[in-house]
Design a protein around this ligand. Structure first.
Ligand code: SF4
Length: 164
């Protein structure tokens, strides 16, 4: 089972490999591990009967609502939607591995009044395994990948490690 990765690592893999390297090796600007939160959640509520909610970093909410087996993540913007989608697919994979199959996901963008449905296919699972392997290769490098010079770098918590 490949459940050692955090959702943040899957997310950063799509946003910036350098950010993934910093986060995974020694400099974690975001303290809360959503994997720990998710683990607690699963432990407390395999097949929950009531609505549960986990809030992480005040920006991510994972809800497991009643019996409809849909987990929700609330995001502010869809600029990095691919990263959001794969992070959620990873949660679906994680739940499946923990014995909670057939869960689907929804990305909710309240500001955009948009909902993106997310599911986990067999091909996605194969792709996730490649992603895990790529993540291992990246984070085991002795030096981080090069900076990517994107406009969002200025908002990144690791900016000073890349450009100052
Ligand atoms: S500042 Fe840019 S290059 Fe550096 S870690 Fe952040 S996103 Fe990556």
């Amino acid at each position: 089972m490949s459940l050692k990765y955090t959702g943040t690592q899957i997310n950063y893999y799509f946003i910036c490999k350098r950010k993934l390297w910093y986060f995974s090796n020694y400099i974690q600007m975001e303290q809360e591990s959503e994997l720990v939160e998710l683990g607690k959640f699963i432990h407390e509520s395999s097949y929950p009967r009531e609505k549960k909610e986990i809030r992480i970093d005040n920006t991510i909410a994972i809800d497991f609502a009643g019996n409809d087996k849909i987990i929700h993540e609330v995001k502010k913007s869809n600029k990095i939607e691919k990263a959001h989608i794969w992070q959620l697919k990873y949660y679906l994979y994680y739940l499946k591995q923990k014995g909670i199959p057939n869960v689907t996901g929804e990305l909710n963008y309240p500001k955009l009044k948009k909902i993106e449905k997310v599911s986990l296919t067999d091909n996605n699972e194969k792709e996730l395994k490649k992603i895990f392997s790529n993540i291992d290769e990246i984070i085991n490098r002795e030096v981080p990948p090069s900076p990517i010079n994107k406009s969002f770098c200025k908002k990144c918590a690791y900016y000073e490690f890349c450009y100052v």
